[in-house]
Structures are given as structure tokens and as C-alpha cells.
Design a protein around this ligand. Structure first.
Ligand code: BG6
Length: 310
């Protein structure tokens, strides 16, 4: 056993912030910061980074870390009176030493449980009591799984919107396509949230995109032609999916390099159109599972159907 790194390690990251490192025996790994309950790294067993993290990311409150998987809660975007994307992404979370059990018991050792509870200050801006538990697991095949459990411990109901703001690392945004969202309705953030219906085949990119797809399937494929890699995103409890790439607008985002938009794509499992309402004592669960698989070719063409149905 000597020399072998543990499956879960708590250590210091950028600016001395606490982070948790998960390692799976075959070599894949993930890292998350207690600041924001924020996954910042997910590597496959070749050590290749699969999430985008800006070289200009600021690891310092009150700014959320640019890249990885910020948690948008209790508000997605500007859909409410709170600051953009709520405040869970720029609060300090804790290790949850005693999480309530999950219905299915796993023998997997590479996981950690985080918890976020509102402070007195948080209660002033959003006056609802809750416990937000986040389990992050690295599966035996290197899959990354995030499960959020939000429990109302208040005496009144409350409603919230939510997103796993997932920044995927891509070789070249112009060479990427998304399968699973074609023909769906979406709200266009670039057109005052007006509702449209997607036309045509897969989603490709040649300009800024900021859309909230509604009633999306539980499985979405993001195909990176150049890397010959497909991300398969599975989700539960999250009917919507936000797709964002700022393109030239990256120049106006201080913590994003001017050209970095070429190497990122946000596909964000979300609950936006219909807020989630929890009565006192109720719990909501929202799940994201990411895997990265080699793209399959047939007659020189990618075959996303096999990915989506497989
Ligand atoms: C996306 C939104 O989820 O996040 C975009 O749809 C927004 O409208 C983007 O610009 C980034 O937000 P922020 O607050 O992290 O800069």
C-alpha cells in the first residue's frame, strides 16, 4: 500500500483555499474547493483535464471561480432579485461529516460530502432555512457524479432555481456539436428570454450562444470531433439545459482570457423555467453524471445515436 495515494485527500489549493482531491485506482481524479462547493478539475486515467478552468480564474471571495462546475443556487442567472446565479457559488461550504444515507449503498471509496447552510447574512438576502448537501463521486470508470440534496428546514415553503454550471474543456468550439437538444424549445438569453424552437440537426457553434433548452432528455451528448471524444451528460431532477459560449464577449469578462472561449463549452443541467418548490420537511434531489468516451465512427461519420442510446 505504501506510496499509493488515498482515494480522498483534503489539502490546500490556490491561495491556500481548502480543496478535496478524489482519486480512482485506475488514475482518474477530481478536485473540488470548499469555496463554492466547486468542482475545479476532472481528469481521466491518462491525466487529461476534461473540465475547462480559466487561466484568469480568481480564487478569492466574492468572485466565483471561472470554470469547473459552479453551483447556481438559489437562483439561476438573472431569473429573480438576487445577484446573478445566486450565492452558493461564492460561499464557504464545509465537509459534511455525517450525511444522511443514500438509498443505494456504494462500495466506491472516491467520494466526498459537502454541506452548505445559510449564515445570518445569507438569511437577510434570502430568508429561508435549508440544508444543501452535495455528494461528489468519482466512479470506477472515471465518471464524475454530483448529487445535490436540498432540504427545507423552515416553517414555510420556498422556491428556487438551480444549475450545475458545467464548463467542459473542448479542443475547438467550432468543431463541437451537441446531440439531444435539436427540435426543442428554448429561451434565448440574448433575445430578452424570448421563446423559440430549435430547427435543424445538431447544435453547432459559430457565434455567441446563451440558450435555456426546456424539457430536455436525461441524456445529452457533446461531441468533440477534433479530440475524438464524446462527453455523455446524464441528469435527473433537472428538466432544463443551458448552453453558453460567450464567443467575442469573452473580451469583456475580466476572469476569462480573450481567446479562451474557443476551448470551453457550458452545458448546464438546470431547473429554470419552473422553479422547484419545497414544503417544510421536503427534500429535492438533482443529479449530474458525466462520462467521457472515445467518439465512435461509422463510415467516417460520428454516430451520436449509439452514444445517446447506448
Ligand atoms: C450562463 C448564463 O449560465 O452563465 C449567461 O446563461 C452568463 O447569461 C454565464 O453570462 C456566465 O455567468 P457569470 O455570472 O458566471 O459570469
Amino acid at each position: 500500500m505504501s506510496g499509493e495515494k488515498p482515494p480522498v485527500e483534503i489539502c490546500k489549493g490556490v491561495n491556500g483555499l481548502d480543496k478535496v482531491v478524489l482519486r480512482e485506482v485506475r488514475g482518474s481524479s477530481a478536485e473540488m474547493y470548499l469555496y463554492g462547493g466547486h468542482v475545479t478539475s476532472w481528469r481521466n486515467d491518462h491525466g487529461e483535464e476534461l473540465l475547462f478552468l480559466s487561466t484568469k480564474a480568481i480564487f478569492k471571495p466574492p468572485k466565483a471561480i471561472r470554470g469547473g462546475i459552479p453551483i447556481c443556487f438559489p437562483q439561476f442567472g438573472s431569473h429573480g432579485n438576487l445577484d446573478q446565479h445566486g450565492f452558493a457559488r461564492n460561499r464557504f461550504w464545509s465537509i459534511d461529516a455525517n450525511p444522511p444515507p443514500f438509498p443505494t449503498v456504494s462500495t466506491n471509496k472516491a467520494f466526498t460530502d459537502l454541506i452548505f447552510k445559510p449564515s445570518e447574512e445569507d438569511l437577510k438576502i434570502w430568508p429561508h432555512s435549508y440544508e444543501f448537501r452535495l455528494r461528489i463521486t468519482l466512479g470506477p470508470g472515471g465518471d464524475l457524479m454530483l448529487t445535490s440534496r436540498i432540504r427545507n428546514i423552515d416553517t414555510k415553503p420556498f422556491s428556487f432555481t438551480f444549475a450545475y454550471h458545467t464548463y467542459l474543456s473542448v479542443s475547438d468550439i467550432s468543431e463541437v456539436r451537441i446531440e439531444g437538444l435539436e427540435t426543442l424549445d428554448y429561451l434565448d438569453n440574448l433575445k430578452a428570454k424570448e421563446r423559440f424552437t430549435e430547427q435543424g440537426d445538431a447544435i453547432t457553434f459559430e457565434a455567441e450562444v446563451d440558450k435555456i433548452y426546456l424539457g430536455t432528455p436525461t441524456k445529452i451528448a457533446i461531441i468533440d470531433h477534433e479530440k475524438k471524444r464524446t462527453f455523455v451528460l446524464r441528469k435527473d431532477g433537472l428538466p432544463d439545459a443551458v448552453v453558453w459560449n460567450p464567443w467575442e464577449k469573452a473580451k469583456s469578462i475580466a476572469d476569462l482570457g480573450d481567446d479562451e472561449y474557443k476551448h470551453m463549452l457550458c452545458v448546464e443541467p438546470a431547473a429554470v423555467e419552473k422553479a422547484i418548490t419545497l414544503k417544510p420537511g421536503e427534500e429535492w434531489k438533482g443529479r449530474l453524471e458525466l462520462s467521457a468516451v472515445p467518439s465512435s465512427y461509422r463510415s467516417g461519420q460520428l454516430d451520436p445515436q449509439r452514444v445517446l442510446q447506448g
